[in-house]
Design a protein around this ligand. Structure first.
Ligand code: FMN
Length: 151
């Protein structure tokens, strides 16, 4: 069965809300025939990445970059997965308290190095997520999972 791997660093209630919404979208009843695997960035492994068909990445913005946890994930999987995962789709969500630009750029830059394909625009949230933000996260999860549904 095709597998969506959600790799996230979730250090706060705001980010937990985003993760919950992303997962709810990805596991909606309308999505059939797709496995959704969720891994904290500090424990996700190259084996998880090799076994996945698409990736959803979640991180806070930290000092104008992605979190150290998500960077650690990329450091861990980059070379072991470089050839095998070329062309696989990904999407990203980022939470921040003032500016998520650098974090988005950092994730997209490494994903480009891996030659992953950006499936859709990042979802970025500043401050406390509201209903619209949760909806955007839900839709992100649903869209990426739906892209893997067997025809
Ligand atoms: C060390 C540190 C650096 C941060 N740097 C940024 C940043 O560059 N841009 C930003 O928008 N938020 C920044 N933040 C805020 C975090 O992104 C935010 O705390 C995180 O997303 C969790 O959200 P919360 O604080 O609302 O619970 C930073 C937080 C910390 C602790």
């Amino acid at each position: 069965m095709p597998t969506l791997l959600i790799v996230h660093h979730t250090p706060s209630p705001a980010m937990q809300e985003m993760l919950d919404a992303v997962r709810a979208g990805a596991t909606d009843d309308a999505i059939e025939g797709v496995d959704v695997v969720t891994r904290p960035a500090l424990v996700a492994s190259a084996v998880d990445v090799l076994a996945a068909d698409a990736f959803l990445l979640g991180t806070p913005a930290n000092i104008g970059y992605m979190s150290g946890a998500l960077k650690h994930f990329f450091d861990t999987v980059y070379y072991p997965c470089l050839d095998a995962t070329m062309g696989r789709p990904y999407a990203v969500y980022v939470h921040g308290n003032n500016d998520t630009t650098g974090a988005v750029r950092a994730v997209e830059s490494i994903a480009t190095g891996l030659r992953w394909k950006r499936l859709r625009e990042p979802v970025t949230v500043i401050g406390t997520p509201d209903a619209k933000d949760r909806e955007a996260c839900w839709e992100l999860g649903a869209t990426v999972a739906a892209s893997l549904m067997p025809q």
